[in-house]
Every structure is written in structure tokens, then in C-alpha cells.
Design a protein around this ligand. Structure first.
Ligand code: DON
Length: 307
């Protein structure tokens, strides 16, 4: 599809979602996130031919929150391959992203790598194989997004760490079942720093372009994941990327996706593009109201989906 047509569609979407910007509620369980205004919107596409198309305030940076879990899983798969699945499952949870209940019944093995417990245990695995996890994660994003100036929002990382009790409870429960190798607070500090990495929509879509490109990064030509692992990761995103709203998102959007409580969502159209959207007002599942609507509109207007 010509870039100009994508541009027209994104501009239309930015206009059409405007009434929704007041409908969601910004996350307030992380005090530093509660200070953000809900009335913001941006959307960017990064095609498998290296083109960028965006609408809204595309230079606006935000912390990527749970969208970092996709890179955590990527880096863990690079180091462990299938062995990782002994520590974390591949099934949808049907529960909220920060739920603790299944962990007790399922002996400290989280349902999937995208709920908080699953991402934290994946961080623990990664922590065991990296000498400087924060540095490695930041450098990975800088390289893939093509911007050496990308930073971590220290205020958000500190705020998350200060109010870490629920995530700490998950990690301690996993440790009690023998599914946690490192010091809980050290791993949580890494996890929160990954969540507090700041990108704009263009950088986010670009950083994850390999997901649409069979595991190869467009700019560098470097293989990030094997084609098989890339398929597996996209499949897990489709079934679990939006937690207990994954079914509704899949139904409406028809693409694998990952949301974050800052109000961002990343979606993948294999062979064509990655798309990142940002709008901080959330629904009760912790997913961006305007973000989901925008991706549904994109899917409708372009008549695209993975099916
Ligand atoms: O650990 C947390 O709760 C946050 N840092 C990330 C959660 C998140 O983004 C859930 N996504 N919708």
C-alpha cells in the first residue's frame, strides 16, 4: 500500500478517536503515571520496507510499561530457547495482568510471559544470564529503534519500585515454589526499569519491526529471533498479549498485540508492518480505550488482519 494512503487512514483515525480521549482513566496504582493527561493520542506504522507513517503527537515519549515484556521474552528466548518454557506457561490466563490467584494453584509457574508474574520470572531468567540487565535492555532498544538517546524515566521506575508490593508478592510466591533464582528486589528493580523505558510511537513500532519481518530487524539486517521463535512469540501475543481482554482484542483487531498501562499498544501485521498507538485513558482491563478503537479502525479501513 502506498505511504500516502496509510497517511490518510492514520489522519482519519486520529480525528475519529478524539471523542474517546476523555473516556478512559489513567493508571493511578503507579503514582508517577497518575500525573499524565488522558487527552493525548499518537499512532505510528513502521513498514517492513522501513517506511514510517504517523499521526497525532508522534514525538511524545511515554514509558512503554508491559510492552517491554515482549523484549524481555525475546532476549530470554535468545538465551534459553525452549528451555524457558519450564519456568513459564503458554496459555491465556483469563485473569487480570496483576492477578496472584493462579500462581498458588499452579505451583509458582505463571500462565504466560505477559502477565506480570510471567514477565517477572522471565526477567529472573534473563537476570541470571546478563551482567548488566538494565544496560543490555536499554542498548537493545537504542539499537533497534535507531536512537542512542533513549532513556529510562527514573521517576516512574522509582515510583513502581516504591509501590512494588503486589509484584513482590508474586516473585516471593514463585521463590517459595523454587521458580526464582535471584534476589527478588534486584530482579524487580530490573523489571521496573524495563517498564520505564521511554519511547515515542515511531520508536516503539520500529524497535519491534522484526516481529513483522520473520525475526529480522529491517535497518541492521540482523536476525533477532529465528523465524520459528518469531511465529511462536506472535502467537502468544495473539492469545495473551492483552490479558483477560485478549479475546475481545483479537476479535476486534485481528492482529497480535501487546498493551501497557501507560496507554500504549503495539500490534503486528506479519509481512507488512508493526503499529504502535498511545493514548493514556484506560478501560477496566488496563488497556487504552482510544488505542484499541484506533487499531480496530485501522483493521477495518485497510481491511487487514492475520486471517
Ligand atoms: O508491573 C506493573 O504493574 C507495570 N509496570 C506494568 C503493567 C502493565 O503495563 C499492564 N498492562 N496493561
Amino acid at each position: 500500500m502506498p505511504t500516502a494512503d496509510y497517511q490518510t487512514v492514520l489522519d482519519e483515525i486520529a480525528h475519529e478517536v478524539r471523542p474517546l480521549l476523555t473516556q478512559g482513566k489513567v493508571a493511578d496504582y503507579i503514582p508517577a503515571l497518575a500525573e499524565v493527561s488522558a487527552e493525548q493520542f499518537s499512532i505510528a506504522i513502521y513498514t517492513t520496507e522501513g517506511e514510517t507513517i504517523c499521526a497525532g503527537d508522534c514525538s511524545k515519549r511515554f514509558t512503554i510499561q508491559s510492552v517491554s515484556k515482549v523484549m524481555t521474552l525475546t532476549m530470554a528466548l535468545q538465551r534459553y530457547g525452549d528451555e524457558l518454557w519450564q519456568r513459564v506457561g503458554k496459555e491465556p490466563s483469563g485473569t487480570a495482568f496483576n492477578s496472584l490467584t493462579q500462581l498458588e494453584f499452579e505451583k509458582g509457574v505463571p500462565r504466560n510471559p505477559f502477565i506480570n508474574a510471567g514477565a517477572i520470572v522471565t526477567c529472573d531468567a534473563l537476570y541470571s544470564r546478563l551482567s548488566a540487565p538494565r544496560h543490555s535492555m536499554l542498548e537493545t532498544f537504542r539499537l533497534l529503534a535507531g536512537n542512542s538517546g533513549i532513556i529510562i524515566d527514573k521517576k516512574v521506575a522509582n515510583s513502581e519500585y516504591e509501590f512494588r508490593h503486589r509484584n513482590a508478592a508474586m516473585a516471593h510466591l514463585m521463590k517459595s515454589f523454587g521458580n526464582f533464582e535471584n534476589d527478588v528486589d534486584d530482579v524487580l528493580w530490573s523489571y521496573f526499569n524495563f517498564c520505564a523505558i521511554e519511547l515515542n510511537c515511531i520508536e516503539l513500532a520500529k524497535a519491534y519491526n522484526f516481529l513483522a519481518n520473520k525475526g529480522v530487524d529491517y535497518s541492521s539486517g540482523k536476525r533477532v529471533l529465528s523465524s520459528r521463535q518469531n511465529k511462536q512469540l506472535n502467537s502468544l501475543l495473539f492469545t495473551s498479549g492483552l490479558y483477560d481482554a485478549a479475546g475481545d482484542f483479537g476479535y476486534r483487531v485481528g492482529m497480535p498485540g501487546k498493551s501497557g498501562v501507560s496507554g500504549t499498544i503495539l500490534a503486528v501485521l506479519p509481512g507488512k508492518f508493526t503499529v504502535a498507538v498511545y493514548s493514556p485513558g484506560l478501560n477496566v482491563f488496563g488497556n487504552s480505550v482510544a488505542g484499541i478503537a484506533a487499531l480496530e479502525l485501522l483493521s477495518k479501513k485497510l481491511d487487514i488482519s492475520i486471517f
